[in-house]
Design a protein around this ligand. Structure first.
Ligand code: FAD
Length: 431
């Protein structure tokens, strides 16, 4: 039997706290028998549940969530999503994969937009493009690399100099940036809450119901929560990096904690310092850098910091994020944060997710590497297809690739600390 640990964050998700209170769905209780059990009500799990209901409308489907919807990482993120990936390198193989991947990315993005529209999910979904901005010479090289990828993919862009970046975002901090029109921002907790409320009627969602053990019983799986025993034919494991606590994928995924904060309301007299654009999002030019975005007319979000397998203290996160915010906006040094929180992402060595069958009747998708709103939606849907015996495009696997093995402990931990110290030094002012 596999006993698990599950998310128990010491802080509340700021996005969730900014929304009206929501009544969670009832906890799972008693002996339940279902055809499909989905573990985790994030973007991956909800996409899988929707697709299961579409394929097998008469089946009993249950979604079991350890916390409440909006308090998991699907609500804790920075809210960047896009109908197309613009990534990789310019070699012909990478460009071909990018194009192939964008079929799934585009479909998943369209699903999210359609659902938000159909169910009137009020989640501030805005098409404002995105900026990748560099504060260092190394960062500038990374912006130039993205420029080459845009050229290879025929994606229009605009290079931004220091003055333009300062005018657009108010931050006189970055030396060079690249703006692409492809890119949206969303209030992620509002979106995931809306998607949970929009689940088809055949799907039962239970919150505050952590799965604490998972075991095979004959041809079935038995999942236990503190108050329920769930017997099922098929488990869709959509718990992201927490899948490792069930004993799976420990050699493929690492858990990285990262942190975000939203400022208090910025006074009208200071709002001119937030730039001329009503909405904007800045991604860093180094992977250990800081993400920034405007939230409505009067707040900013700052996301930064990485911690390996264990979170940092809320006090440390607050101080570190404030430093990043005030460095970029010295004129707002009197402005503090209203919300500071952390969340987990599942990282893989080669950046590819894990997706597939891990045992008979047990399927998993994990390792979205910090871009799971759309990727989780795409892969969750296809995982449901696969679990129901539907043919899955070979293209999917070649487009996304699969997570490769990571060195065993203690090499892994030592390796992570060496790489992050090295990369942290390289990131410099991008952090
Ligand atoms: C601060 C931060 C900023 C980010 N910014 C972005 C961004 O801008 N854009 C983007 O696309 N991505 C971003 N990400 C990454 C994104 O949040 C994840 O990739 C995404 O949430 C993955 O979705 P998921 O459904 O696979 O996993 P999750 O959202 O982690 O959902 C898994 C769910 O499983 C539940 N669970 C775990 N264990 C159990 C158990 N034992 N029993 C029952 N339930 C369990 C969890 O509570 C959780 O709700 C960010 C992440 C963080 C932390």
């Amino acid at each position: 039997m596999k006993r698990t640990t599950y998310p128990d964050y010491p802080d509340h998700c700021g996005w969730n706290a900014m929304l009206p209170r929501r009544q969670p769905r009832p906890t799972a209780k008693g002996a339940l028998q279902v055809k499909y059990a989905v573990v985790g009500a994030g973007f991956t799990g909800l996409a899988a549940a929707r697709q299961l209901a579409e394929i097998d409308p008469r089946a009993d489907i249950i979604v079991i969530e350890a916390t409440t919807v909006g308090e998991g990482s699907s609500g804790r993120n920075s809210g960047f999503l896009s109908p197309a990936d613009i990534a990789g390198s310019i070699d012909a193989n990478a460009v071909q994969k990018n194009v192939a991947r964008n079929r799934y990315v585009g479909e998943a993005f369209d699903d999210l937009v359609r659902l938000a529209k159909e169910h009137r999910i009020d989640c501030d979904l805005i098409a404002c493009g995105r900026i990748k901005a560099a504060a260092t010479t190394g960062g500038e090289a990374s912006v130039r690399d993205l420029q080459k990828v845009c050229d290879a993919l025929a994606v229009p862009y605009q290079l931004l100099n220091r003055e333009q970046l300062c005018t657009w975002t108010g931050a006189d901090y970055y030396k060079l940036g690249i703006f692409t029109e492809v890119g949206h921002l969303v209030q992620p907790a509002a979106l995931i809450r809306g998607l949970a409320d929009a689940l088809p009627s055949g799907v039962m969602l239970h919150e505050n119901s952590p799965v604490i053990s998972l075991r095979k019983q004959g041809s079935k799986w038995l999942l236990e929560t503190p108050e329920a025993q769930i017997t099922t034919d098929t488990v869709i494991m959509a718990a992201n990096s927490w899948v490792k606590s069930f004993g799976y994928l420990r050699d493929r995924l690492v858990t990285i904690y990262t942190y975000a904060a939203i400022t208090e309301v910025i006074a009208p007299s200071d709002q001119g310092q937030l730039g001329s654009l009503p909405s904007w999002g800045v991604l860093p030019a180094h992977r250990l850098g800081t993400t920034l975005r405007r939230v409505g007319s009067d707040r900013l979000l700052v996301r930064s910091l990485y911690a390996y397998e264990r979170g940092v203290s809320p006090e440390y996160a607050q101080v570190a994020l404030l430093d990043r915010f005030h460095r970029r906006y010295p004129g707002l040094a009197h402005v503090g944060f209203e919300h500071v929180w952390g969340g987990t992402t599942a990282l893989t060595m080669n950046g590819a997710p894990y997706w597939g069958r891990i045992d008979e009747g047990l399927y998993a998708s994990a390792g979205c590497n910090g871009s799971g709103i759309v990727k989780g939606t795409a892969l969750g849907k296809r995982l449901a297809d696969f679990a129901c015996g539907r043919a899955v495009d070979q293209d999917l696997l070649s487009a996304y690739g699969t997570a490769n093995r990571i060195a065993p402990e203690p090499l892994r931990t030592v390796g992570f600390h060496v790489i992050s110290a090295w990369e942290g030094r390289k990131a410099g002012l991008e952090s």
